[in-house]
Write a protein that binds this ligand. Structure first.
Ligand SMILES: [Zn+2]
Length: 158
């Protein structure tokens, strides 16, 4: 096979080598100046509130990414896409989220179903994702709405 040594390929190869050299040089610098760099960053952390805030936000974003991937197998982009599809609202009650949404998932298959507010997520959890139980609860609520109000019952021993 003939080698493709045209000008574009040669330029691409030189660019790659240049990037590798720069990366190696930066890495060598970081290794050689590890203590100074650490001290400089500590000082910056102590004295620069905006740096502290940026670092905290970066750390939180990274933790969220790790948590979403480890617990639900989704990326932060997947999460934001789901949030946009739901219009920034709970998939059950349709209220706009005022807290971080819960990622609802099927506990047997692990499949992510959607984003819920805390109350709806807890409600599903109490019903153990059991459709029969949820239908029974719905029927109970519907029957109590159509039935006339009951007189308060007394305890037998009172
Ligand atoms: Zn809800």
């Amino acid at each position: 096979m003939l080698s493709r040594g045209g000008p574009a390929e040669k330029q691409e190869s030189e660019d790659r080598e240049c990037r590798q050299r720069r990366r190696a040089s930066r890495r060598a610098y970081r290794i050689a100046h590890k203590r100074e760099i650490r001290e400089r960053l500590r000082l910056k952390w102590r004295t620069d509130p905006s740096y502290r805030e940026r670092q905290r936000a970066r750390r939180q974003k990274r933790q969220r990414e790790v948590h979403l991937k480890a617990d639900y197998g989704i990326s932060l982009e997947d999460y934001h896409a789901m949030l946009a599809r739901q219009g920034g609202a709970c998939a059950i009650c349709r209220r706009k989220f005022d807290q971080t949404p819960c990622v609802d998932h099927c506990h047997s298959s692990g499949k992510v179903r959607g984003l819920l507010c805390r109350k709806c997520n807890i409600g599903l959890g109490f019903c153990k994702d059991d459709l029969k139980l949820m239908r029974a609860a719905t029927a109970y609520l519907e029957s109590s709405q159509s039935a006339p109000p009951r007189a308060p019952s007394r305890c037998p021993g009172a």
